[in-house]
Design a protein around this ligand. Sequence first.
Ligand code: NAD
Ligand code: UDP
Length: 338
Amino acid sequence: MAILVTGGTGYIGSHTVVDLLNNGYDVAIVDNLCNSKLEVLNRIYKITSKTPRFYQVDCTNEEAMREVFKKEKITDIIHFAGLKSVGESVKYPELYQFNNVGSSKILLKLMNEFDVKNLVFSSSATVYGIPDHVPLTEDDPVGGCTNPYGQTKLDIEFLLKDYAEQHKEANIAILRYFNPIGAHKSGLIGEDPQGIPNNLMPYVTQVAVHKLNHLNIWGDDYPTIDGTGVRDYIHVLDLASGHLAALRKLSEKPGLVIYNLGTGKGTSVLELVHAFEKANNITIPYVIGPRRDGDVAENYADVSKAEREMGWKAIFNVEDACRDSWNWQSHNPCGYDE
Ligand code: NAD
Ligand code: UDP
């Protein structure tokens, strides 16, 4: 009786696998390692004293995936596998469709073939497009995605809705993540972006570790508390526990459900930088630059539905996440390449 975790050696996947193993679940990972390292498995073992079964398989390879389904007695799937770089998706939109949407289609086909009923899917706040208000609830309109990556998440959400319509026995949780940051308390696993990071927190930690000179803050003229962009930063450990809550929810056979996973609290770029400085006693030099294309002023979640229906809410704050991100980065200045 296994939980199949696609993308389980990635950033969010690895933290969720740790939480699953620590809670007694039997875990099998599928990952093609296009954006993660095998070393993650050693780190997972160090934390949990358990090793999940691992298949180095591409989720777009239907035959190879079918072999995994034949070997494993899968009850539930958590589908993290996907490409997630906004910039890359603008350059290679077909690749993003093929990888993200294509792998999801194959997964649904195999779920049907092997009678797997439960699926948790990694969606994103990006499906809300350019919001005209905050906080965002799950009932707010989706669409108007500002990049091909976001469009793949929306396309997959529609695929899942169609599938749930046609398969009344299916239980699917679409989780819309806001901005994941932080790392495991052990400092053994964390976010390990390739090249220069696009996201704020890994950029800040690489400035702190002197890999980058200074942070560029993209715009200080937004109509926000201090002019910089506001986001809902959620600790990756809270995100992980959100997946366990979703699995419990699916065991109640709810059909298709959608939850925002965030904290419900907006934090500006400058507030995050200052929280990092305070938590770690480090100065982060920064330069104010122009606005970044496609950025919105404010984006944060209404998280009351997840609490009401799953009994889940975030317990860590931004300071905790700043401390844990730095603990990971300072102990692993080159990520898993040490
Ligand atoms: P990540 O890149 O660290 O993890 C994704 C994993 O999927 C990687 O290990 C990669 O090797 C694997 N993968 C990609 N394509 C694959 C394929 N075709 N077959 C097998 N494995 C494949 O990313 P993450 O931050 O852990 O994100 C996990 C999921 O959450 C993604 O679907 C992402 O789009 C979504 N998400 C992430 C964020 C974020 O800011 N990190 C926000 C919202 C949603
Ligand atoms: N940001 C920034 N400098 C960076 C990276 C990000 O000022 O080097 C800002 C960005 O403009 C946004 C916030 O930090 O207001 C979060 O950006 P990120 O890319 O982490 O997440 P997004 O919400 O855009 O997916």
